[in-house]
Design a protein around this ligand. Structure first.
Ligand code: DX5
Ligand code: ZN
Length: 228
C-alpha cells in the first residue's frame, strides 16, 4: 500500500478531492480524473466533531479502492476527526494508501504516525491555518506527508488563505524528507504560488469537480503546479 503512494509522490501530483464529486456517479467521476492523469485520489473524512460536517467513511474508501488501485493510483485519506487513532485500522483495511490526521485532533501524534506506518500506509500530519509550523518539529522522520491547510477544514469551495505560501516556506526546513501537501482553495491561480513555496502534493476539490469539464480543470491545475 505505502510503496505505491511513495513512488507516486516522488513527483509533484494534483490530488482530486472527491468531496466535491457527484456521489451518484462517483465511479465515473474518479475514472474521468484518472483518465486525465490523476493518480492520487483524496478522500475527506469529517466526523461532525472536529469539524461540523459529517462526510465519508471507510465504506466509500472500500467502494473505490479496487478501481483506483487497478488504474495505478493510490487513495490519500485526510481524517478531520477527533481521536483519529481509533479509526486508522478501518481505513487501512478499506484500502487507504496514506492516512493523514490533524495535529489538533489528538494528544498522541507520535504514536499515531507510527501506528499508521505499522498498518502499511504512509503517515501524514495536518495543520490547521491557526496552528504554528513548529507543531511538526518533533515529528520529523515520523511523517511521510505534512499537510498544510490553506483553508479552515470542513468545507470545499472556500477561498485560499493568502498567507499559505509563506507558511509552507516556514514549514519546509522542519519536515525533513516528508512531502508537503496543500489543501484548500487550490486552483490554476493559487497552485503556482504553493508549488514555488515547496508543496508537491496539491489537493483540489471544487476547482476540478465543480468545473464544466473536470479533466480539463485537472490538467490546468497540474500544469500550473508543475505536476504530472
Ligand atoms: C476541506 C478539505 C478539502 C476540500 C478542498 O476541509 O480538506 O480537501 O475538499 O476543497 P476545495 O479544493 O474546493 O477548496
Ligand atoms: Zn482534504
Amino acid at each position: 500500500m505505502s510503496q505505491r503512494m511513495r513512488e507516486l509522490i516522488e513527483l509533484p501530483r494534483v490530488a482530486p478531492s472527491i468531496l466535491s464529486a457527484d456521489f451518484a456517479k462517483l465511479g465515473s467521476q474518479v475514472e474521468e480524473v484518472m483518465a486525465a492523469g490523476a493518480r492520487v485520489i483524496h478522500v475527506d473524512v469529517m466526523d461532525g466533531h472536529f469539524v461540523p460536517p459529517i462526510t465519508i467513511g471507510p465504506l466509500i474508501v472500500g467502494a473505490i479502492a479496487a478501481q483506483v488501485h487497478e488504474a495505478g493510483g493510490a487513495i490519500d485519506v485526510h481524517l478531520m476527526i477527533e481521536a483519529p487513532e481509533r479509526q486508522i485500522a478501518e481505513f487501512a483495511a478499506a484500502g487507504a494508501d496514506s492516512i493523514t490526521f490533524h495535529a489538533e485532533a489528538t494528544a498522541h501524534a507520535d504514536r499515531t504516525l507510527g501506528a499508521i506506518r505499522d498498518l502499511g500506509c504512509l503517515a501524514g500530519i495536518a495543520l490547521n491555518p491557526g496552528t504554528a509550523v513548529e507543531a511538526v518539529a518533533e515529528l520529523r522522520d515520523l511523517a511521510d506527508v505534512v499537510l498544510c491547510m490553506s483553508v479552515n477544514p470542513g468545507w470545499g469551495g472556500q477561498s485560499f488563505i493568502q498567507g499559505s505560501p509563506a507558511k509552507i516556506e516556514r514549514l519546509r526546513p522542519l519536515v525533513g524528507t516528508a512531502a508537503i501537501e496543500v489543501d484548500g482553495g487550490v486552483d490554476p491561480i493559487t497552485a503556482g504560488s504553493v508549488a514555488d513555496a515547496g508543496a508537491s502534493l496539491f489537493v483540489a476539490g471544487s476547482a476540478i469537480f465543480a468545473a464544466a469539464d473536470p479533466a480539463t480543470a485537472y490538467s490546468e491545475i497540474a500544469s500550473a503546479a508543475g505536476a504530472s
